[in-house]
Design a protein around this ligand. Structure first.
Ligand code: GRF
Length: 202
């Protein structure tokens, strides 16, 4: 199965998918990495793995629909079976999301449905939560609201800063994202009637 990854920054989740799926699972191949930021370090990670890269810059493009049309053209060149948003920091239009419904995943640094949106770690600290974590979900028109596939939980310790928490969560992201991608490329995972269905037979 062909996987296309969208990034905006460091690409540590991309690296986890490269290491644990692209290089280790014959069922899945990362065919391209596309960034909206030309200086995203994730582009270097892709190039070092011999994976094609494209940049579709968002700066200067006022209308979301316009950007998403350009992004869709870049994606469709590769005809991916799965689109993985990995630290991709743009909000996609409903039309774009509908085009790829059921084959687009995202990872969000919170235990959804808690803390949709940004600054999730600080919000968990401010709320005095004792547990926090990350969620892999299908992308739907609701921002960070699609059906959850897999979650990882981490403890919050006294004196944690948002950075401490982000690092603890990121470690778990690198564990659960490749797992969800492997399930999808193995044909075990699908979105049906707004729910994530996983074939439990192993
Ligand atoms: C991570 O915090 C992740 O939760 C969010 O984007 C951030 C950066 O991820 N989706 P990466 O290192 O660029 O994969």
């Amino acid at each position: 199965k062909k996987i296309l990854v969208l990034i905006s920054g460091s690409g540590s989740n991309l690296q986890a998918v490269i290491d644990k799926v692209h290089l280790s699972d014959n069922a899945g191949e990362v065919v391209a990495v596309i960034s909206n930021k030309p200086d995203a370090f994730g582009l270097t990670r892709a190039q070092e793995a011999g994976i094609a890269t494209d940049v579709v810059v968002s700066k200067g493009i006022a209308k979301r629909e316009e950007y998403d049309a350009l992004l869709g053209q870049a994606i469709d060149k590769y005809q991916p079976d799965l689109i993985v948003l990995a630290g991709f920091m743009r909000i996609l239009t409903p039309d774009f999301v509908r085009r790829y419904a059921g084959k687009m995943l995202n990872i969000h640094p919170s235990l959804l449905p808690k803390y949709q949106g940004l600054h999730t770690h600080q919000r968990a600290l401010d709320a005095g939560d004792e547990a926090h974590g990350a969620s892999v979900h299908f992308v739907t028109e609701e921002l960070d609201g699609g059906p959850v596939i897999l979650q990882a939980k981490v403890p919050v310790f006294e004196g944690d800063t948002a950075e401490d928490l982000a690092a603890r969560v990121l470690d778990q992201e690198h564990r659960i994202y490749p797992l969800a991608v492997q399930w999808f490329v193995a044909g075990r995972l699908q979105m049906q009637d707004g729910k994530a269905l996983l074939d439990q037979q192993v």
